[in-house]
Design a binder for this molecule. Structure first.
Ligand SMILES: Nc1nc2c(ncn2[C@@H]2O[C@H](COP(=O)(O)OP(=O)(O)OP(=O)(O)O)[C@@H](O)[C@H]2O)c(=O)[nH]1
Ligand SMILES: [Mg+2]
Length: 595
C-alpha cells in the first residue's frame, strides 16, 4: 500500500524535477564524502556518468530498434451491421400481407491510405470506429451500407497487425462479448445472447421461443456463427503486414451518379464491417407463413495494428560511432539541430533529422568563419558561464546595436542572399562491424534512412585506417539491405584538423598521404554501379571524397554544394524516387540517380 502511494506521488512529479532530484541526490552523495579530494570526486562523477551512459545504450539496444521511429498502436472497430426488420405488408383490401421487413445494411469497412500530404503519424487517432450500417425498414427497404472510414497516413508507414498474444492488442469482438456475459447465470446468459441476435415482433418474443421454426433458425444461426469464427481464426494466421511506400491518391469522380460515392480509392482494407441482419422475409417458408422475427446485424471486426513511420530525409549520414556525424549535422545547420555531441560511442541513440538551407550563392545558414561546434557538455558549460556572468541579461539585440559593433563572424553567419534551396539530413547512431548480429545498436535504425535520396559516409581521418572503417560501413549497409550501398555518394574525411597544422611539415605530409590512400581505396574498391531500369550496368560512379573538419566548420560549403547536387539530381528524376521505395534489389539500384 505504501509502495503504491509512493509510486503515485512520484509519477505526479514532472520528469524534469525528478531528474533534478536524482542528480542533486547523487551530487550530494558525492559531495558529502568530504574526505575525498577534488580530483577523486571528479573521477567518481565521471565513472557514474559512464555507468549511466552505458545503461542508456544497453536499454536502447534491448529495444531492438523499436523506439527509433514515430510509431503508434491503433485499435480499429469496423462498423456493426444494421438490424433486420420485422414488418408485414399492408394495403387496401390486403389486411394480412406477406412479410416485408428489409435487411440491415453492412457495417462500414476501415481502410488505410498512404498520402503524400502528411508527414507524421500524429494525426492518426488511436481508436477508430467504423460507421454502422442502417437498419432495415418496412416495405422491403434494406438499410444502407455504412460509409467506409479511411485512415490517412504518411507515405513510408509500415502497418503490422498485432498477433493474438501481443499485450498491446485490444479485445476482439468475441472476447468483448464473452466479457459482457461474465458473472451471469446460465439463463441470463442465454437471454442476453438472444437479445443481441434477434428482433421480435412486438409482444411476440415468448411465442417465438416456443416455435419450431424459430428454433431451427436459431440453430442455423449458431452454425453460421461458428463457421465465421473459424474463418476469422484462419485469416488471423496471415497477419496484415503492409509497407506503404508509395502514395495512393484518392480518385475523385466528379461525375459519379447521385447517391454513389465520389471517391473510388479507399486504400488497403484493414477491418471489415459486420454483415447486416436478415429481415423477416428471409425466414418465410412452407412451415412458417408469418415469421415474426428478424436478426440483428453482426459486429464488425475488431483488430489492433502497429503503425511505424520511416523517417524522410534527403541525405542520410552513415558512420562509425564517434566519427563526428552529429557535429557535422550541427555545423550544416548552424547549430540549430539539437543532437548531442560527446566523445564516447553511441551518443546518438535515435536518428535526428534537420533542415539545411542554402542560398543562391551557395552560402548556407550557419557557415561562419571561426565557428566551433564543440561537445554538448562543453557548450553547456560555456553558456552557463555566460549566463552567470550576466552578459546575456544586458545583451542587446542585433537591431538595437550600431552596425559598426556587429561581430564580423556574426555577419558572415547571416544569409547574404535569399534561401533558394533546402534539404533534410539525418544523423544516425553509429554503425559497427557485425551490427547485423545486434552488435552495438544493431542496424534497425537504418530503416529510417532507407528512403533517403543519397547516403554520405562519415569517417574519422585521424583514425588508424579510415579505409577499413569505410569497408565495414559498406558491408553493413549491404547486409542490411542488398543494393543499399550504391546509394552512397560521398565520403567525408572528418577531423582533418587533427592531422597537423601549418608549419608542421611532417604531420601535414602524413595527413596528405593518408588522404591520398583513402581516395585510392574509394576509387578502387567503392565504385558504385548505376543500372538502368532493366538492371544493366550503364555506368560506374566514383564517390566524392572531401576532407573536412565538422568541429571547426571547415570545407562545409563544398559539402553543402555537393549534397545539394545529389538531392537535385535525385529529385529531378522523379521516376527514380518512385522506384527507390521498392524493396527489391534491382529497383533499388536502378533508382540511384544517373549522373
Ligand atoms: N578535432 C575534431 N573533433 C571532432 C570533429 N568532429 C567531431 N569531433 C569530436 O568527436 C567526438 C564525437 O563527435 P560526435 O559528433 O558526437 O560523433 P558521432 O559520430 O555523432 O558519434 P555517435 O553519436 O556516438 O555515433 C566529439 O568529441 C567531437 O567534439 C572535428 O572535425 N575535429
Ligand atoms: Mg552522434
Amino acid at each position: 500500500m505504501r509502495l503504491a502511494h509512493y509510486l503515485r506521488t512520484w509519477s505526479r512529479i514532472p520528469i524534469s524535477c525528478r531528474t533534478y532530484y536524482r542528480d542533486s541526490q547523487q551530487n550530494g552523495a558525492i559531495a558529502s564524502s568530504s574526505q575525498l579530494s577534488t580530483e577523486e570526486v571528479e573521477r567518481l562523477k565521471e565513472s557514474q556518468d559512464a555507468l549511466r551512459r552505458k545503461r542508456r545504450t544497453e536499454w536502447k539496444r534491448r529495444q531492438g530498434g523499436q523506439t527509433f521511429l514515430d510509431n503508434v498502436v491503433i485499435h480499429l472497430r469496423a462498423g456493426k451491421g444494421g438490424d433486420g426488420c420485422v414488418a408485414f405488408h399492408r394495403e387496401k383490401f390486403v389486411p394480412y400481407g406477406p412479410p416485408s421487413g428489409g435487411n440491415g445494411g453492412r457495417g462500414g469497412d476501415i481502410y488505410i491510405l498512404p498520402t503524400s500530404h502528411l508527414t507524421t503519424l500524429s494525426s492518426v487517432s488511436t481508436r477508430v470506429r467504423g460507421n454502422p450500417g442502417g437498419n432495415g425498414q418496412g416495405t422491403w427497404q434494406n438499410g444502407k451500407t455504412g460509409a467506409p472510414t479511411i485512415i490517412r497516413v504518411p507515405v513510408g508507414t509500415i502497418v503490422r497487425q498485432l498477433p493474438h498474444n501481443d499485450p498491446r492488442r485490444a479485445q476482439d469482438e468475441y472476447e468483448a462479448e464473452e466479457e459482457s456475459l461474465q458473472g451471469l447465470s446460465l439463463e441470463e446468459r442465454k437471454k442476453k445472447i438472444r437479445q443481441r441476435r434477434w428482433v421480435h415482433y412486438p409482444d411476440w418474443e415468448d411465442e417465438n421461443m416456443e416455435r419450431d421454426s424459430f428454433k431451427d433458425a436459431e440453430r442455423t444461426m449458431y452454425r453460421d456463427e461458428r463457421e465465421r469464427r473459424i474463418q476469422r481464426q484462419q485469416r488471423s494466421i496471415n497477419l496484415v503486414h503492409l509497407d506503404l511506400d508509395s502514395p495512393m491518391e484518392e480518385e475523385q469522380d466528379v461525375n459519379a451518379p447521385l447517391g454513389l460515392p465520389r471517391t473510388r480509392t479507399f486504400g488497403h482494407l484493414l477491418a471489415s464491417g459486420g454483415a447486416g441482419g436478415f429481415g423477416n422475409p428471409h425466414f418465410h417458408g412452407a412451415n412458417n407463413r408469418s415469421p415474426k422475427f428478424a436478426t440483428r446485424g453482426h459486429e464488425g471486426e475488431r483488430l489492433s495494428f502497429w503503425l511505424e513511420l520511416k523517417l524522410l530525409a534527403d541525405i542520410g549520414l552513415v558512420g562509425m560511432p564517434n566519427a563526428g556525424k552529429s557535429t557535422l549535422l550541427r555545423a550544416l545547420t548552424g547549430g540549430r539541430a539539437k543532437t548531442e555531441i560527446a566523445g564516447y560511442a553511441f551518443t546518438t541513440l535515435n536518428p535526428v533529422v534537420a533542415v539545411v538551407r542554402v542560398a543562391d550563392d551557395g552560402s548556407f545558414e550557419g557557415k561562419a568563419r571561426g565557428m566551433v561546434y564543440d561537445e554538448t557538455r562543453v557548450e553547456e558549460q560555456r553558456e552557463k558561464e555566460l549566463r552567470d556572468s550576466g552578459v546575456l541579461a544586458n545583451a542587446m539585440t542585433r537591431n538595437q546595436r550600431p552596425s559598426s559593433s556587429i561581430d564580423p563572424d556574426e555577419l558572415a553567419a547571416s544569409p547574404k542572399s535569399l534561401e533558394s534551396f533546402r534539404f533534410t539530413v539525418a544523423d544516425n547512431p553509429g554503425l559497427l562491424e557485425n551490427a547485423s548480429d545486434n552488435v552495438g545498436l544493431g542496424h534497425s535504425f537504418l530503416k529510417s534512412i532507407e528512403r533517403s535520396l543519397a547516403l554520405v559516409y562519415v569517417v574519422d581521418l585521424s583514425s588508424e585506417a579510415p579505409w577499413e572503417d569505410l569497408r565495414v560501413l559498406r558491408d553493413e549497409l549491404e547486409k542490411y539491405k542488398p543494393g543499399m550501398s550504391p546509394k552512397a555518394r560521398m565520403v567525408l574525411a572528418n577531423k582533418a584538423d587533427l592531422l597537423g597544422e601549418d608549419g608542421q611539415d611532417e604531420a601535414v605530409r602524413n595527413a596528405k598521404e593518408k588522404l591520398r590512400r583513402l581516395e585510392q581505396f574509394v576509387a578502387e574498391d567503392m565504385v558504385a554501379p548505376v543500372q538502368d531500369a532493366d538492371g544493366n550496368v550503364i555506368v560506374t560512379r566514383q564517390l566524392d571524397v572531401v576532407p573536412i573538419s565538422a568541429k571547426y566548420s571547415m570545407n562545409m560549403r563544398k559539402v553543402v554544394g555537393l549534397m545539394r547536387k545529389y538531392v537535385e539530381e535525385a529529385r529531378q528524376d522523379s521516376t527514380s524516387i518512385a522506384t527507390m521505395s521498392n524493396s527489391n534489389l534491382t529497383s533499388d539500384v536502378g533508382a540511384v540517380p544517373v549522373v
